[in-house]
Design a protein around this ligand. Structure first.
Ligand SMILES: CC(C)(COP(=O)(O)OP(=O)(O)OC[C@H]1O[C@@H](n2cnc3c(N)ncnc32)[C@H](O)[C@@H]1OP(=O)(O)O)[C@@H](O)C(=O)NCCC(=O)NCCS
Length: 164
């Protein structure tokens, strides 16, 4: 049974910076990797880019991180990452559920902007765990982007209404 975890938005406090630094060093080891700590910090200069993390009350390290680009009508999931030793325990699912809830409750930063209608994302064709997770959320395949990734792998685009 997983201890219920919090889902928080990154706020540039020393604790949050340390959490991001630690977890971003881990995800560099994933196949294909993801952005460095500095690249994520750079992306966060744009107000539309939001970083969320989950943590268990009894621990001070992040369990998972979610980076999203929240546009005026839709949002792009840029990355979701769960610590390897905690996978298959429902943390990824929990983070996705929280992201959908956040998107349906939070308007964008622009005056008058509405809650987001759609979530879109790209995933490597070889990433079976992530594809299974997105499909279990009822996300539908939109198209394949040939050689989308720098190493030549194809990307699969998924989308779903925020309110399914
Ligand atoms: C993809 C990822 C976030 C899933 O996180 P997780 O916490 O292990 O996922 P959960 O335990 O919540 O599982 C949710 C669902 O995803 C699917 N799933 C997750 N891992 C799976 C695997 N190894 N094989 C098959 N299905 C899998 C299942 O449908 C699962 O539901 P179920 O447990 O009821 O069968 C995690 O594997 C990860 O961090 N991978 C590395 C980073 C990455 O590739 N991110 C996606 C980039 S687009």
């Amino acid at each position: 049974m997983v201890e219920s975890s919090t889902f928080e938005i990154y706020r540039k406090t020393p604790e949050h910076v340390a959490g991001l630094r630690e977890i971003s060093a881990l995800w560099r080891h994933e196949p294909g990797g993801f952005w460095t700590f500095d690249q994520v910090i750079g992306a966060l200069q744009r107000p539309a880019v939001k970083l969320f993390f989950t943590s268990a009350p009894s621990e001070n390290r992040w369990q998972a991180a979610v980076l999203a680009d929240v546009g005026p009508y839709s949002a792009d999931l840029l990355y979701i990452y769960v610590r390897p030793e905690l996978r298959r325990t429902g943390i990824g699912r929990n983070a996705m559920e929280n992201l959908f809830t956040w998107l349906s409750n939070n308007p964008g930063d622009q005056p008058g902007s509405a809650p987001k209608e759609e979530l879109l994302l790209e995933v490597r064709l070889s990433n079976k765990p992530a594809i299974a997770m997105y499909e279990s959320f009822g996300m539908s395949r939109v198209c394949v982007r040939k050689r989308y990734y720098a190493d030549g792998e194809d990307g699969l685009v998924f989308k779903r209404k925020v309110k399914a």
